[in-house]
Design a protein around this ligand. Structure first.
Ligand code: UDP
Ligand code: MG
Length: 323
């Protein structure tokens, strides 16, 4: 692979960057750091870690700065002014990272850092994106079922090639990271952007562990929002499906009107079936409101994009210092 150097740690461009969003993960940071640095040291190449603190309130920043003191030349800490969401935290860290291979991973160790070498290997073999998929996923049954459904829906609605969209343990070549950064969207989903630009992606099986410390940052509402953002950001299928449904309903109801007109002439006035009629009306009313909602999702998205507000605000970047 041309241009992949792996010499020496420190100020020059590292071979591997690990990018980690952190939101109230105080309990997890030290064990994460220990496991991660061990894995990275064993890789035998130069590396750096870029943490983004996404507005934590539990002292995570102070802990991150402590960790930075342990490996001053290899740790970056980006401090957000407040919470801007996981994908914004990842984007900011990607922008700061300089590695030829960039790994994203969560701070909670649900995706074990020990799986990183597998992903680096896949990139070394020439893949430009290596996406983890979780075997034996350790989340609640509800999360697993929901995940299966949204993965299936998303793969039909979009043409994105991602086996497990919810798995953030992924590796990207620098060219892909540069394309992700050029995308400049204010609401986004990083693995989906990568899937869009990948020319030679591969899925890699990774282990999964239960969350040890802290709590999941996603409640049902945030999960639903995330998936709406993903589908509206990467596909117009919901709108197109609605146009189709509209056409079909119009055709059917046109036929019904015709039939009723004929009956009116042949049988005379009929009043039976009023409640059935109300039922049918409510049903179509529901479809209409959903359609307006879906249009609203796209309009809101356009509105958010055209305002061009900065998608996140960095309070401070604590850069690495040469040892
Ligand atoms: N996270 C973040 N900002 C947020 C929510 C989450 O930076 O607003 C980070 C969080 O600290 C973790 C990762 O994103 O490193 C994934 O979050 P979590 O583990 O809660 O998600 P889950 O595994 O439940 O999907
Ligand atoms: Mg997690």
């Amino acid at each position: 692979m041309a241009g992949l150097s792996s010499s020496g740690a420190g100020v020059e461009r590292p071979f591997v960057s690990v990018v980690i969003p952190v939101f109230n993960e105080a309990e997890n940071l030290r064990p994460l750091f220990d496991r991660l640095t061990k894995v990275l040291d064993e890789l035998g190449t130069s590396w750096e870690i870029v943490f983004t603190d996404d507005g934590s309130k539990d002292g995570s920043v102070a802990l991150l700065l402590e960790l930075q003191r342990l490996r001053p030349s290899q740790i970056h800490v980006i401090e957000f002014s407040r919470n801007f969401g996981q994908h914004m935290a990842v984007l900011a860290a990607l922008r700061q990272s300089r590695g030829e291979v960039v790994i994203t991973i969560d701070a909670d160790m649900q995706d074990p850092p020990e799986e990183i070498p597998k992903l680096v290997d896949a990139i070394r073999k020439g893949h430009d994106v290596a996406g983890g998929y979780r075997v034996d996923r350790q989340d609640t049954r509800f999360r697993r079922t929901a995940s299966r459904i949204v993965n299936a829906l998303r793969s039909r609605a979009t043409s994105l090639n991602m086996r497990d969209q919810g798995c953030m343990l992924r590796a990207y070549r620098r060219e892909i990271v540069d394309l992700i950064l050029q995308s400049n969207e204010s609401i986004t989903f990083v693995p989906a952007l990568a899937a869009l630009y990948a020319s030679n992606p591969v899925d890699v099986a990774v282990q999964h562990a239960p969350r040890v410390g802290g709590r999941s940052k996603y409640n049902l509402y945030r999960l639903v929002r995330l998936n709406f953002d993903l589908v509206t950001g990467f596909s117009a299928a919901p709108l197109q499906i609605f146009s189709l449904v509209g056409l079909i309903v119009s055709a059917l109801s046109g036929a019904l009107v015709l039939l009723l007109a004929i009956r009116r002439l042949v049988v005379g006035p009929e009043v039976e079936g009023v409640f059935t009629l109300i039922g049918i009306l409510f049903f179509f009313q529901g479809i209409c409101i959903t359609g307006i909602g879906i249009m609203g999702e796209y309009v809101a998205r356009i509105y958010q994009e055209v305002r061009r507000r900065p998608p996140y605000v960095i309070k401070k970047i604590h850069e690495p210092r040469p040892e």
